[in-house]
Write a protein that binds this ligand. Structure first.
Ligand code: ADQ
Length: 491
């Protein structure tokens, strides 16, 4: 397994909104612990287990409170403690302002370019700032001159500058921004834009998935931060006497693990998923796997499938589409109404084209197990990713890694970060153009086998070239480079 080159640092502190080990009360009143599953949390956990350190995150319940010591800390994993998780407590009112409010009603739609979903409420920004302060205060208690502090994502945009004010000047502060960065025209609509940029420039290293987002960020700095100097070629911002290295480091997946799961997901496993979800057997199977989020373009995708059936009736009873959409952020009105729009489309298409023995769209809001997901990935002939905007989109990479028969096709939105890596061999779609989507589905399904396989082989190779370990290593290289840079600068 990969080990982080931590010799340049004495200790390691990670900050994220979500915690890796969440405690809850089970039915019998005993405390149970949720282990990190999937994605980045699961990837960082072994790194921390190996090198030790502290993970600071939002704690949200009485069971979380019951397990911590007087410093709000608990050692994990429970059976073999290797590092500390430290909780920042956020009550319901503050959660509404910080999480449902500023993070997800302002920053999320702003960064995804969904103007009509932006809703600014009084007090949300104050709550967001207050939570960022709490995180920064926690870091201050840990950081030494040789500490590496690594923040995750858009919930903590103000914290880097706050941390930088509270720790020794040689502490290294880095952040990974998992979502897109908007163009300056759109960013200018954010009333607190300047503070957000100031916050992020507190980082020594700031990374996005792809160059596009780096370019837009640097343009925003150039337009909106007086006194900052931007070297776009080197990706360096100099501001108030310190440098921020801005990098594109595309996140990968554990490709071998997904491949192994793909191999294990044979016909028998697939049949059992087909039975659970009541998927009718047809010649072609299409798949969509998303959080139920307006940025994922699920409505346009369903509209495109409706038009496909309308314009090319030969696909009736020959192409079935499975969409899994796990509800998220349901307290936010834009999410609730998007969910209604999706369900209404599904019903309409099924009423319009369904028969006694065939349901065109199989829709599920269930959270699937890894095995179920792998079986769908492996056996789908077509994966549809039509995000209106997406930082990366890991689902597209998971689909490729699990497609061990090399027989499927990926339709990929040109507005997903993943498109910057996979666009050459995927079937590209413009997510705002419903006709382009259905025509692309039609084309992908009728492309000769040899061509589809050639594309699939190249796509899979790319996913294996830059797996999660590559990303981790690239991050740590950027931190080490920045910190050694600084140690030779005159103070
Ligand atoms: P997300 O918007 O959540 O992530 P994505 O990158 O596709 O989007 O990751 C979703 C994850 O959830 C995948 O690992 C997938 O397997 C899992 N998942 C989705 N539906 C599921 C279901 N029904 N059952 C089980 N598992 C399911 C954000 C950004 C992305 C960026 C990532 C990582 O919005 O652009 O790629 O962070 O940086």
């Amino acid at each position: 397994a990969w080990a982080p080159p931590l010799d340049s640092f004495e200790s390691f502190v990670v900050l994220s909104n979500r915690q890796p080990y969440r405690h809850t009360y089970g039915r019998d009143g005993d405390i149970e612990v949720d282990r990190p599953t999937g994605g980045l949390t699961a990837a960082l956990d072994p790194v921390l287990q190996r090198v030790g350190g502290t993970w600071i995150a939002w704690g949200d319940g009485s069971a979380d409170r019951a397990v911590v010591d007087e410093n709000d800390r608990v050692s994990v994993p429970p059976e073999d403690p290797a590092y500390d998780v430290e909780r920042v407590w956020i009550d319901d009112e503050l959660k509404e302002a910080y999480y449902n409010g500023y993070s997800n009603r302002v920053l999320w739609p702003l960064c995804h370019g969904v103007r009509d979903a932006i809703s600014i409420r009084t007090g949300d920004y104050d709550g967001y700032r207050a939570v960022n302060e709490r995180f920064a205060d926690r870091v201050a208690a840990h950081a030494t001159a040789e500490t590496l502090v690594w923040l995750q994502d858009y919930h903590l945009a103000l914290a880097p500058a706050m941390i930088s004010d509270r720790v020794p000047s040689s502490t290294t502060i880095g952040q990974f921004w998992h979502i897109p960065w908007p163009k300056p025209e759109l960013f200018s609509r954010c009333p607190e834009g300047r503070e957000i940029l100031d916050g992020l420039l507190g980082n020594d290293v700031l990374a996005f998935h792809v160059d596009r987002f780096v370019d837009r960020f640097l343009r925003c700095v150039r337009y909106f931060v007086d006194g900052a100097s931007v070297d776009a070629e080197a990706g360096i911002v100099t501001y108030e006497g310190s440098e921020t290295h801005v990098r594109a480091i595309p996140l990968g997946i554990d490709a071998s693990e997904h491949e192994e799961r793909g191999h294990a997901a044979d016909e028998t496993v697939f049949e059992s998923v087909t039975e659970t979800l009541s998927i009718p057997t047809t010649e072609h199977l299409g798949l969509g796997v998303d959080r139920l989020d307006y940025s994922k373009g699920i409505v346009a995708r369903l509209d495109a499938i409706e038009e496909l059936f309308e314009n090319q009736p030969r696909w009736l009873e020959s192409f079935t589409f499975v969409q899994t959409a796990t509800p998220s952020r349901t307290d936010i009105p834009a999410y609730a109404s998007y969910g209604d729009a999706v369900r209404q489309r599904v019903e309409r298409i099924n009423d319009r084209f369904g028969t006694d023995s065939w349901r065109p769209i199989v829709y599920s809001e269930a959270y699937l197990t890894r095995d179920q997901l792998s079986a769908l990935y492996r056996h789908a002939d077509l994966m549809l990713v039509t995000s209106r905007c997406d930082g990366m989109n890991l689902v597209s990479k998971e689909y490729l890694a699990a497609s061990v028969d090399e027989s499927g096709s990926l339709c990929l939105s040109e507005r997903a970060g993943a498109h910057d890596e996979l666009g050459d061999d995927a079937f590209s779609v413009d997510p705002t153009d419903v006709e382009s989507i259905w025509r692309t589905i039609d084309r992908a399904l009728t492309t000769p086998d040899a061509d589809r396989r050639r594309r699939m082989r190249r796509l899979r190779a790319r996913v294996f070239e830059r797996p999660l370990e590559w990303w981790m290593a690239a991050q740590f290289d950027a931190f080490a480079e920045r910190s050694s840079d600084r140690s030779v600068l005159p103070t």
